[in-house]
Design a protein around this ligand. Structure first.
Ligand code: SF4
Ligand code: SF4
Length: 986
């Protein structure tokens, strides 16, 4: 037996080395195919090492799924231990009684060996049963294992089972061989029972058993290595090695997930700005157009994916029957990477993005001539649920946006609806295409003056906060109510603030997440110049998207801001006693409320407690949490510029979420973001139209809830109110005057103003004192008690209750387009210009029209014949009109009427003639013309330049229509949030 064990073990070991060494070299070569990553990936090595050890040894991210995490930890620990056990097995082939020096007979080591062997066996059995219980054959697409490679999972599971059990079996034989001093239960607490039950007494037999089991352990390990060496895409096995590196090189050395800010657009690992465009090589890829354009960290991400499907289980797109699964996306990219690297025919020339047959399985386009279906790419809401869930820190959102960037910036191939959005951002600084002069309409009729910089204020230095209104807060009727409510609350609390008025322009969130990096950068640069000009330091925003962009992304433009969300600031004011919610009149029925976490407030910025704490301070309301909340909250469907795109695949995301919210029995669904408010309002309205929601249910912002409650007690608080613009000194007195508030405030002493402090003592009658899930009596009328009537009646929403639901009066039927002359041209023309690159010279001839929905490149230097009168701020004068392209775009409310005479606006990035001087920042010039290093203009001058009178922005237009929720198209299958039912449901 010994000879056999020795020879067989040696042969297997050599075979494993023969396979594994070249495999590792191949894997490294494939990963090195990627572009350089940002140098920050190696910064702060100590913090990175701590993060890596925390996430691996402590399983901090795995434990988001508690029981799965615990069971996986046993298997993980056994794997680490087995590495030493295999080394020991080689020695035991020569000396069956061998034990590790020093620790070999040390009780803690022996006990750890035995218990980890036993617990890993239990753990892997639990995981095997779990996988079977949640198998796609019973759960279909709802299974997180849908699409995972099952033979690989089974191979790893059963080998892990044998590995764990082998530890116990070999120790049982060792017990039989041990001398009297060591052959005790104290040294062999578990395996002694096994040894006595299974193995015969006698030296020779047990020596042979040790030889055999040592060989068996070695054989398991070597077979495992041979199999994974032959399958480099077997992430479920390889992650045991690659996860350590993937976590160490994660984007944030602090250990936080790759959420919040987006990864900058980079070429050769260097972030690219508008100023760098002229210096780029002709073939430089903006974004990711092929697998080689990903950074090496991206390729390491794909390699590391374990196919666990946690991301898939939380993805709003996947959960509403869309083709996007973050897991299958990573898996598909990995397969393609390795097959392309191996030079496999059919992969070397396969396009990264393509448009498949709508009837096909677009989540997994087998055999197609592309890797990722365009529907997959554009289904993402960038909600971050996948990134939040991934136990090995894969950065899905960055990869998805990088692919979108290439489609927009190089291919000009994106959903037709975005044309109008980009155009609105480019020419009017807002996606609604509304006039800048209407930005202050929200403040009309307020009983106090809202001060504008450049008009009523010289700079923001004289007030506490810049109140960032945002495009939605300025133009969208429902969001305007939030804006007014926040302004009123700040005024009542004596917090001084100013607004930018017409000097404000979109933060660029939607443009950036739709892949239009340069429109984002132009908007950001303009805002940053304004901030510098008006000395902005502290910003409060009501829109979660603006909040995220201002807080996390504008620092790339050289400005440091303190940015808070309005729920954080209002919560602080309540804690300090400067705002005092009061109980409703006796006899008023208690209202039930639930809160929807906006993704860009919660997952992207970890703000979960302030809105809840604020709601808890509202007396007379009972609070019920939705099943999917906080880190596992479900997106409303508007992020990632999805707000502006049609949602024609699967169930509407907002319907799914609205159904869940309505299912809580809440009277009020409370949000903290105007995008969420639009989406959920539309969803609730559609449900009400189908009689699936009570008429009383309404969607409100936290600020409106608070305002109604504070106003009810306005008389009581009046003496403590400071006038608008007063310093915050009144806070202490106010807090002292209110015991409950004072106690809450005292809890915050020494902490950051916006710390997610533990919930303060909840006063009697607080909402958490109420029974949670009990629906309460409906209100007498459907009108909200919390709606603040604006001074001027806003345009009445249509049945959908949404501004977006109103059919655009002027919008004609959508044309079928495939190309326009400019990225933002509204009018399709008859022949398609060449889809060339930024750096292409003007094509002498018109090539065949592309078959996709793309337009010509954003960067095409397409000459035009006549220049439209300021058709775009970005358009430099173009000498000639290109031939009109034939178009085949999707039918969209956003599509413009095809006309014969095309406004000859040239491309966004058309190279200006060499002699063209830089345009000043005046009406009709380009956002891109802002010289970054020029001194800011004086306030008055800047304001004058932005004066709406006679400006391009003065043209009043109807807002762009959003597709109306299809009340009649009920989701085929409503996916209820999963509730743990048993041990394996966890
Ligand atoms: S960001 Fe959200 S929508 Fe996009 S893939 Fe991840 S989970 Fe899905
Ligand atoms: S991307 Fe992450 S969460 Fe998704 S399947 Fe892969 S390892 Fe699991």
């Amino acid at each position: 037996m010994q000879i056999f064990a020795l020879v067989a073990s040696l042969a297997l070991t050599l075979a494993a080395l023969f396979v594994l060494v070249p495999a590792v070299r191949s894997m490294l070569r494939v990963i090195r195919m990627g572009q350089p990553a940002s140098p920050s990936r190696t910064g702060d090595p100590v913090a990175r090492t701590v993060t890596m050890l925390k996430e691996t040894v402590l399983h901090t991210r795995m434990l988001q799924w508690t029981w799965v995490g615990i069971m996986h930890w046993f298997v993980f620990a056994a794997f680490l231990f087995l590495s030493t056990a295999v080394v020991g097995a080689y020695v035991q082939l020569f000396d069956p009684e061998w034990a590790w020096p020093i620790v070999g007979h040390w009780y803690p080591f022996e006990w750890f060996s035995e218990f980890i062997g036993a617990l890993s066996t239990v753990g892997i059995i639990w995981l095997i049963v779990y996988r079977q219980k949640h198998h796609p054959r019973s759960e279909g697409r709802k299974s997180r294992f849908f699409g995972s490679t099952f033979w690989q999972a089974y191979f790893v599971e059963y080998l892990a089972l044998l590995e764990g059990a082998a530890i116990l079996f070999i120790r049982g034989a060792e017990y039989r061989l041990a001398d009297d001093e060591h052959a005790t239960r104290a040294h062999f607490p578990l395996s002694s029972w096994l040894g006595e039950a299974l193995y015969p007494a006698g030296q020779g037999a047990n020596e042979n058993l040790v030889y055999f089991i040592a060989f068996f352990k070695i054989a398991l390990a070597m077979v495992w290595l041979i199999v994974i060496g032959r399958n480099l895409t077997m992430g479920i096995a390889w992650h045991r090695f690659t996860a350590w590196f993937n976590i160490w090189f994660k984007r944030e050395s602090s250990g936080r997930t790759a959420l919040g800010a987006l990864k900058p657009l980079a070429v050769d690992g260097k972030a690219i700005t508008l100023e760098d465009l002229d210096d780029l090589d002709e073939d430089a890829a903006l974004g990711v157009g092929s697998i080689e354009n990903f950074s090496w960290k991206g390729l390491l991400d794909f390699t590391t994916c374990t196919e666990c499907g946690r991301c898939q289980s939380q993805c709003p797109a996947w959960n509403t029957q869309k083709p996007l699964s973050p897991k299958l996306l990573m898996k598909g990219l990995r397969e393609h990477t390795y097959l392309k690297a191996a030079g496999l025919a059919g992969h070397t020339d396969r396009a990264l993005i393509g448009k498949g047959d709508a009837g096909g399985e677009s989540y997994n386009p087998e055999g197609a001539d592309f890797v990722v279906d365009a529907d997959v790419l554009w289904s993402c809401t960038t909600c971050g649920a996948c990134v939040e869930q991934c136990p090995v820190d894969i950065e899905h959102v960055d990869h998805i946006v990088d692919m979108r960037r290439y489609q927009v910036l190089i291919e000009s191939n994106f959903p037709a609806e975005l044309n109008q959005v980009f155009k609105g951002l480019e020419t009017r600084g807002n996606p609604w295409n509304m006039a800048a002069s209407a930005r202050m309409d929200w403040a009309k009729g307020l009983p106090f003056e809202v001060r504008e910089v450049g008009k009523d204020l010289e700079s923001l230095e004289s007030v506490d906060w810049l109140f960032w209104v945002g495009c939605a807060g300025a133009y969208e009727d429902r969001a305007k109510k939030t804006t007014r409510a926040v302004a009123e609350l700040l005024h009542m609390a004596g917090v001084s603030f100013g607004v930018l008025g017409n000097n404000e322009t979109c933060t660029g969130d939607s443009a950036r997440r739709a892949g239009n990096e340069f429109v984002y950068q132009a908007l950001a640069q303009e805002n940053v110049e304004t901030f510098k000009e008006f000395k902005v330091k502290k910003v409060v925003a009501t829109c979660a998207h603006c909040f995220n962009t201002l807080k996390n992304e504008y620092k790339e433009f050289g400005i440091e801001l303190e940015v808070v969300h309005h729920t954080q600031l209002l919560n602080r004011l309540v804690r300090e006693g400067r705002l005092k919610p009061v109980a409703p009149e006796p006899g008023t029925s208690t209202r039930s409320i639930t809160y929807h976490d906006p993704c860009y407030l919660g997952r992207h910025n970890q703000v979960y407690s302030p809105p809840r704490e604020l709601l808890s301070a509202l007396p007379g309301a009972s609070y019920v949490e939705m099943e999917r909340n906080s880190e596992r909250s479900f997106c409303c469907g508007a992020g990632g510029a999805r707000m502006w795109m049609e949602e024609s695949l699967g169930e509407r995301i907002n319907m799914n979420r609205s159904t869940e919210a309505v299912g809580t029995g809440a009277d009020q669904i409370v949000v903290g973001c105007p995008f969420c408010r639009v989406m959920l309002s539309d969803g609730v309205t559609a449900l009400q139209a189908k009689s699936e929601a009570r008429e009383e249910v309404e969607v409100l912002d936290v600020a409106q809830m608070l305002l109604a409650s504070v106003k009810a007690g306005e008389t009581a608080t009046e003496p403590e109110k400071a006038p608008a613009g007063a310093p915050n000194a009144s806070a202490t007195a106010a807090a002292a005057a209110t015991p409950a508030a004072a106690s809450g405030a005292s809890g915050a002493i020494g902490t950051s103003l916006f710390d997610e402090a533990p919930a303060k003592p909840v006063p009697d009658g607080s909402l958490f004192d109420q029974p949670a899930a009990e629906p309460t009596a409906p209100a007498a009328t459907s009108a909200s008690l919390f709606d603040e009537p604006p001074a001027e009646a806003p345009a009445k929403p249509t049945t959908g209750g949404s501004l977006f639901d109103a059919p655009a009066p002027e919008t004609p039927p959508a044309p079928t387009t495939t190309g326009t002359t400019s990225l933002f041209d509204e009018t399709p023309t008859e022949t398609t210009p060449p889809s060339s690159s930024l750096f292409d010279p003007p094509a002498p001839e018109t090539p065949p029209a592309p078959t996709t929905t793309g337009t010509t490149s954003l960067f095409d230097e397409t000459p035009t014949e006549t220049t439209p009168p300021s058709s775009s701020l970005f358009d430099p004068p173009a000498p000639e009109t290109p031939p009109a392209p034939t178009t085949t775009g999707t039918t969209s409310l956003f599509d413009e009427t095809p006309t014969e005479t095309t406004p000859p606006s040239s491309s966004l990035f058309d190279a200006p003639a060499a002699e063209t001087p830089p345009a000043p920042i005046t009406k009709g010039t380009s956002l891109f013309d802002i010289p970054a290093d020029e001194a800011p203009e004086p306030a008055a001058e800047a304001a004058a330049k932005r004066t709406p009178s006679g400006s391009l922005f003065d043209v009043e237009e109807e807002p762009v229509a959003r597709p109306e929720p299809e009340a009649e198209t009920a989701p085929e299958q409503q996916e209820a949030p999963e509730k743990p039912k048993g041990l394996f449901d966890l």
